[in-house]
Design a protein around this ligand. Structure first.
Ligand code: ACM
Length: 741
């Protein structure tokens, strides 16, 4: 019925607009995520305060609305022109707000959706302000699982900080909090049956300084750790529940278990001794699938079940090297007894056993997509992080799926290409990319799509030491993600207008939300034999870009680069962009024609193959963005051709090394020179391509005349070895500037 009402009113409204000839965009009135339907009659309401109505506000709601509640002479909150009620005609998460001349009326299918309505109202008041428009808003989410995750193991956050995070989640209508509680680097939940988890597993003796890829590794020498007592866990769960957020605890198994093994070495296959990890990565020592381990984990799960009322428990399942199992006679015996043909089936056996235990207690499991390997546990929900493939496979097997692919959902990735960004794990996931994400893959048919429960952003904290850094990394992109999960009809331009208002609000609260929306992003055009052009697509309407090099300046939106040096670009008019400095070093390849075979992966394709001959060096610290090209698990051929031959004395290529991010130096790089001297072959192999840094440069000194073509063959590292992050996956190969002199 309400659907019919809403559709009817919407149509009537648009007929009115058409008749009136008003080509008007309906504003979102500051609400993130953008509501489904906003109908505005162009008038403004007289209502200037909010009353409580018959159902009490929760502290969260009271807090949001407090500045707008009026107080009478007796100190009571005034109650004029405002009411809300639940109405069973609405879905559980659907609500309606009607603001008329003298009244605000909210209806929702549940107390939860009333909170959503109140949140939208509070956002309108805060970010749009009085007078409020006379509107009807009808709203409901696109996806029913909308989650954010927080890793409290790599770095620990206080109860108050977790509560702040929950407030943020509620403000953007997230309904799940995935709390990553156990890891190699620390066990963070009190389990009364196993006190050594608190005494030993909760602390590491020191922590890695700088990035994992910077060698040699250095440590800070400071003991680090902490855990949540069961009372604190209950307090956080109650706080989340009051905000209609379900809390999913994650207890990692069988991998990422080193902290637990340090406390109880008998749970590992070698018997230890083990130490709580002091650096990041994947570790060979994992839970050994013995009866003793199952008894331990069942004891943990018993207490976890008592603390967390929600139906779902996450049991990890990711990144479990099989080395310790393969070397263990005990594991070989277990495999023989249970008819398991390999270590993947042993992992599947592990997960299925734990699922059975958890199901018997009336709860369900979620696992990372590795739980598909060796056979999926019968009732498991899959969280797809290594891309969307795992999620797609699980949906086809009729299992529920939460999409959280690294490419769009890892908020520990860089969000800007700017050189002054704080150190992050890697990658490049800017705001716009998050915004345009659709968690439901088109390759699924309508029936399969129903298994995509929703999506989630993950905040891993290896490089996030403080809660203020959590806010910096997560809050801007969390707003974009909230629209990606709530809506299919999105408008990035409208989102940006609201983003500025929300960002100002958070800033007023002392919260530093990343703001890269005024950075101008270059698009390079190169590699077609015509030299290097730079273009700016995303500049505000009606604006031009200024280009300054030395004494010369010009205005436009596309420029040819010729002079060596620092080129400065900025948006003309009111200074709304940081100037962009491009250091351009032309060389003999900048006017070559380039071909790569295969093409770079769409995940890391820069501005196409020409990116590696555009005279601009990719960062020494970041491989995402527009300079580096990434090739996944493949050997690569690169051809450079010139119409007019060149005399060449030196050629260099750069390769990125980030083994923690699955990026390996090549096994071999070969160069063939076609020129006047005939064909010259130059080869370098692994031992020549080593480095302690993140970038290795391979240099070929040559003396070649009238060269018309250079042909490179670069051999990929191959399969990532057991025990390393991404083990079993084909290594990534990252190449940047091929400098020819
Ligand atoms: C993960 O990022 N290892 C799930």
């Amino acid at each position: 019925m309400k659907q019919i009402d809403s559709v009817f009113l919407f149509i009537v409204f648009f007929i009115f607009l058409a008749v009136a000839g008003v080509a008007q965009k309906i504003p979102d009135f500051g609400i993130i995520p953008r509501p489904e339907v906003v109908e505005w009659n162009g008038q403004y309401s007289d209502v200037r305060n909010i009353q409580k109505g018959t159902i009490a506000f929760t502290p969260f709601e009271e807090n949001m609305l407090a500045p707008f509640l009026s107080v009478d002479s007796k100190g009571d909150k005034q109650t004029a022109g405002f009411r809300y009620e639940t109405d069973e005609k609405f879905d559980d998460e659907a609500y309606e707000i009607i603001i008329s001349k003298n009244d605000i009326h909210i209806k929702g299918g549940s107390r939860k959706s009333i909170q959503y309505g109140l949140t939208s109202l509070a956002q309108m008041i805060r970010h749009h302000g009085f007078p409020l428009p006379e509107v009807r808003i009808y709203d409901k989410p696109y996806l029913s699982y909308r989650g954010m995750h927080l890793d409290v193991c790599r770095h620990f956050f206080t109860v108050e900080e977790v509560k702040k995070y929950l407030d943020y989640l509620a403000y953007y209508k997230y309904n799940h909090f995935h709390w990553h509680l156990t890891e190699d680097q620390g066990w963070r939940i009190e389990i009364k049956k196993y006190p050594k988890l608190q005494e030993i597993a909760a602390y590491r003796k020191e922590t890695l300084i700088g990035h994992y890829s910077d060698k040699p590794h250095k440590f800070d020498g400071q003991k680090y750790g902490g855990y949540y007592t069961q009372d604190e866990v209950k307090e956080i769960v109650a706080y989340a529940t009051e905000r209609h957020i379900e809390v999913i605890p994650e207890i990692e198994m069988p991998g990422h278990a080193l902290a637990a093994l340090a406390a109880y070495p008998e749970l590992g296959c070698s018997g230890g001794p083990y130490e709580v990890a002091t650096k990041w990565g994947v570790f060979d020592d994992v839970f050994c699938p013995t009866e003793n381990t199952f008894r331990f984990l069942e004891g943990v799960i018993d207490e976890v079940i008592d603390l967390f009322p929600y139906e779902y428990i996450h049991i990890g399942g990711d990144e479990c090297p099989k080395t310790s199992w393969e070397n263990s006679p005990v594991c070989q015996k277990i495999m023989l007894e249970n008819g398991l043909k390999d270590a993947h089936e042993l992992q599947s056996y592990f997960i299925k056993r734990m699922e059975k235990y958890i199901n018997a207690k009336g709860r369900k499991i979620i696992g990372w997509d590795e739980i598909l390997e060796g056979g999926l546990a019968p009732n498991a929900t899959v969280m797809s992080w290594r891309g969307t493939e795992g999620g797609i496979a699980a949906a086809k097997q009729k299992h529920k799926v939460i999409m959280t692919p690294g490419s769009h959902c890892y908020f520990d990735y860089y969000q800007s290409e700017s050189a002054d960004e704080p150190v992050a794990i890697g990658g490049y996931t800017p705001l716009k990319k998050v915004y345009h994400w659709n968690p439901v893959p088109n390759v699924l048919n309508d029936e399969e799509k129903k298994y995509i429960w929703g999506g989630q952003a993950n905040v891993w904290t290896e490089y996030i030491k403080t809660f203020s850094q959590v806010e910096y990394m997560a809050y801007a992109r969390g707003m974009a993600m909230s629209e990606a999960l709530w809506h299919t009809q999105k408008s990035y331009a409208e989102f940006l207008k609201k983003f500025v208002l929300h960002q100002e609000y958070w800033s007023g609260q002392g919260v530093k939300v990343a703001n890269h929306i005024y950075e101008i992003k270059p698009v390079f055009e190169s590699g077609d034999g015509k030299g290097v052009f730079i273009r700016f697509d995303d500049i505000p309407e009606g604006r031009k870009v200024s280009h300054v090099i030395g004494d010369r300046s010009e205005s436009g939106d596309r420029f040819f680069l010729s002079e060596k040096g620092n080129h400065e670009f900025f948006v003309e008019g009111k200074s709304i962009s940081k100037p962009l400095i491009i250091s351009f070093n032309p060389h003999l390849a900048t006017d070559a024609v380039i071909k790569t075979e295969p093409l770079p992966s769409p995940k890391y394709s820069g501005n196409g193959p020409g990116s590696i001959i555009n005279g601009v060096m990719g960062s020494d610290n970041k491989y995402g963005g527009s300079e580096w090209l990434g090739f996944e698990g493949k050997d690569v051929k690169i051809n450079l051709d010139w119409e007019k031959s060149k005399n060449i004395s030196k050629v260099s290529l750069r390769f990125y090394k980030g083994e923690g991010q699955w990026i390996y130096l090549p096994r071999k790089a070969e160069m063939k020179i076609v020129g006047k001297n005939g064909l010259i072959l130059k080869t370098v192999t692994t031992k020549d391509i080593q480095t302690d840094k993140k970038v290795a440069t391979v240099v070929f000194e040559v003396d070649a005349k009238e060269v018309t073509s250079l042909q490179f063959f670069i051999q990929n590292y191959g399969i990532i070895p057991a025990g390393a992050q991404g083990s079993g996956h084909g290594a990534w190969l990252f190449v940047d500037e091929v400098v020819v002199e």
